[in-house]
Design a protein around this ligand. Sequence first.
Ligand SMILES: [Zn+2]
Length: 318
Amino acid sequence: MNTPHARSTSSSPALRRLSEATWTWTHDSNDWGYSNAGLIASQGQAMLVDTQFTLDSTQQLLDAVEGVCPLDAVGSVVSTHQNGDHTWGNQLLPRAEIITSVASAAGTCHEMGPDQLTQLCWSTAEGKAAAYVVEHFGRFDFSGVTVVPPTRTFEGREEIRVGEVLVELIDLGAGHSAGDVAVHVPDAGVVYAGDALFSGGHMMVWSQSLSGCIRACQTLLDTRAEVFVPGHGTLLDRAGVAGIRDQLSVVADAAGSYAQRGVPLADAAHLIKAAYAGSWAHPERLFTQTAAAYAEAGIPGMPSSTWEMLEGMVSLTP
Ligand SMILES: [Zn+2]
């Protein structure tokens, strides 16, 4: 039987000021589930960018936010996408609008819920995929989580004022997820990118669109911002974002060429991991990048469900 690991849940998150009106909540971890968040506060109004995976970790974030502004000031939460590690604390801000893109909101129904994930962590299922879930998610306690869907959606771009600060919401389309959103604060030169950017770890592609991930990096660079808060990992500068874009492009080219030559997906994923894993965390996610490139090359039957992605990733683990 799988037993969730009794590991520490601490990853030393901290609220750090980026400019007069912007803060970031970042973790010292590239492990699954430790997502970054953002705070924009000005003149008695505030916007949160994403919540956390569990109620406890979101409460920890909100306690830190209260050091900047009263929680009543948080009138909106922007969900960068619908993965639980960015949204499962939404219920702790019941008076806030939950804003995301139309495509992101539409993806909600495909997400695994907290009960399902808990069941998986405690299931007696054998095999590498089940063990992977336990290893990476068994440390989190999802009790009490109710998934709160978005209350307001937008398409394209939308400008919102938070006090005196202009905030631009950018609909990045499908890439990491079925619909990703970035939050740009032009006066601060800051972009909260959600999981359109992973820093120090490989990109997870849930959407079957690796080209969408590459385009999203370019869209983020086109804001001319200097500071990028990724969904996971440490802050990035422009060179860091360009590096991620270029790495994804190299993988896309290699995978596209394997697809054209009729190399089976499993073989291509192994070859790509051997060539491009480098030192970034979670090289097994290269399976999802390869599978997305194969889907975009028109290869039918490519994995798309959470479980198929997991099975593919664990095939790349030792
Ligand atoms: Zn995430």
